[in-house]
Design a protein around this ligand. Structure first.
Ligand code: AMP
Length: 506
């Protein structure tokens, strides 16, 4: 099935409802969006001469046109290559060249950067700015029938955020995306028609992936006019378009609850906040629940298995009286309905409950491999299992606790130390705004533990206080041997902390 069928279904079921909105203003209803996409599809095939399987990239600051473009691409049987709008020209060039994209859509703010990047992408024939006549003209003409697709056809080349080295293009098929969508209804939520999703996070990543379950239920997809995440604007939009389901990275949740405008949220404005993509510290999570109520659901996934490996549901978040509540909040929940998840040793042997090993998973959302990268594919996909590179352990009830990326684990004096555990403790200090723990080469121990700490403005944080917290909460040998106070932590465009950069600073 072609994933664009979801839009056809919604055009039939929810024809007059708004499908897209620019901030507070409705843009197109479902029927009109379907018609527009069907005509754009004709242009892609005939005017641009694209053929089934060809890649079409886009570099767009979040805006309604990104949804039009994506569905036109799928309608025409092509493969979308969404790129994060914040990338550097060299990173765009790499993705354009690597994917062999023939066409790239841009918003005007990125037109110059993409033109520069295009010099290194010989397959790229055309760049279309969504504010020009060339784009407006794509609305004019006859609609095409939706392209026939096999479930195994490529729909989305998802370039990983590349916290180490070059990004890789995870090949997501129509079946992968459909399985992810159905899994949303099984484990995350079954939204009622008429709700909304506010795209505050990049459309090229989690927020864009969540467009499917929301669109298929007739929700309106709302694009902040600023094109980015501004808390007051997001709050206004959730009030304007209530029953909102929103995807936020943990740092974005934190910014929401720390901003004064959170008190302007009206009852019923938020239906659901899904958070994930990076660790959410228990102290932050509890504060978020106190402020927002039981609207939080955690997901653990990766580009290679989009948004779908495990989840911690709203119901589990709410079980405050359960003695295991804290442990559950610190976990990433249980395996998703359409996923088999294991923790294994290096040879793929299943570990016992409580033992730490690499997380592997299998199921319909798992990618078909990495684009043009058979070595990386062979490393990550073995006998049908995706080796996630994440390390964790199951408890006796099947809750998975993520430790770290395997490469971030610190080995000191032969003991494995998981930075996240230490970060969780340091975050308990009221003066700590953010922190990140890494290993530093040590002649005797192999590595020792170093914490980078960002203090809240005006707060004083003494190393001795942090030491005390560690001694009160975790084994002595895990305590950082050195605290480095910094103004900010290095992050990539998705807000993930770049531990590689921190390690190289040492
Ligand atoms: P990406 O492919 O860019 O979405 O990054 C996926 C990676 O983010 C995973 O492999 C994990 O290391 C991390 N991640 C995703 N979800 C969570 C979560 N709920 N808690 C902690 N880390 C997460």
């Amino acid at each position: 099935m072609n994933i664009a069928h979801l839009l056809l279904g919604s055009a039939q079921e929810f024809g007059d409802r708004p499908a897209l909105a620019r901030g507070p203003t409705p843009h197109l209803g479902y029927r009109d969006l379907w018609r527009k996409v069907s005509v754009m599809s004709t242009h892609l095939r005939i005017r641009f001469g694209l053929q089934r399987g060809d890649r079409v990239a886009f570099a767009m600051t979040n805006c309604v046109e990104s949804i039009e473009v994506m569905y036109a691409i799928w309608h025409a049987g092509l493969c979308a290559v969404p790129m994060n709008a914040k990338l550097h020209a060299k990173e765009f060039a790499f993705i354009l060249e690597n994917s062999g994209a023939r066409l790239c859509f841009v918003t005007p703010d990125l037109a110059g950067t993409i033109a520069e990047a295009a010099r290194e992408a010989p397959d790229l024939k055309e760049i279309v700015d969504t504010t020009t006549r060339a784009y407006g003209f794509m609305e004019v003409g006859d609609p095409s029938p939706i392209a026939d697709c096999e479930p195994t056809d490529l729909a989305w080349l998802f370039y990983t955020s590349g916290t180490t080295g070059r990004p890789k293009g995870a090949m997501l098929t129509h079946r992968n995306l459909l399985a992810m969508t159905l899994n949303y209804y099984a484990d995350v939520d079954r939204p009622v028609a008429g709700g909304s999703i506010v795209h505050a996070a990049p459309i090229s990543h989690g927020s864009g992936l969540w467009n499917f379950p929301m669109l298929a239920r007739g929700a309106v997809q709302v694009f902040p006019e600023s094109g980015k995440y501004e808390v007051p604007e997001t709050v206004e939009l959730m009030n304007r378009w209530p029953d909102c389901s929103i995807f936020l990275a943990p740092t974005m949740v934190k910014r929401l609850i720390e901003h004064g405008s959170v008190s302007d949220l009206q009852p019923g404005a938020i239906r659901l906040i899904t958070y994930g993509g990076a660790p959410m510290y228990v102290s932050d999570l509890k504060r978020a629940m106190e402020t927002l109520g039981h609207v939080l659901c955690q997901l653990y996934g990766q580009g290679e298995s989009p948004m779908t490996i495990t989840h911690l549901s709203r119901e589990f978040h709410a079980q405050k009286d359960d003695p295991r509540w804290d442990a559950r909040l610190a976990s990433a929940g249980v395996a998703d309905t359409c996923m088999e998840v294991r923790v294994v040793d290096e040879d793929g042997r299943q570990m016992s409950t409580g033992e730490v090993g690499e997380i592997i998973c299998k199921g319909d959302p798992v990618m078909a491999g990495y684009w043009n990268n058979p070595e990386a594919t062979a490393r990550s996909l073995r006998k049908g299992w995706l080796w996630t590179g994440d390390v964790g352990a199951f408890d006796e009830e099947g809750f998975l606790t993520l430790k770290d990326r395997s490469k971030d684990m610190i080995i000191s004096g032969g003991s494995n130390i998981y930075p996240r555990e230490i970060e969780d403790v340091l975050n308990l200090h009221p003066g700590v705004a953010e922190c990140s723990v890494v290993g530093r080469p040590h002649p005797e121990w192999g590595e020792d533990v170093v914490a980078f700490v960002v203090a809240r403005p005006g707060a004083s944080v003494a190393p001795a206080e942090l030491d005390r917290l560690c001694l009160d909460n975790i084994a002595r040998f895990k305590r950082p041997k050195d605290y480095k106070f910094v103004d900010a932590l290095p992050k990539n465009n998705y807000g993930k902390i770049l531990k590689t950069d921190l390690r190289s600073k040492l």
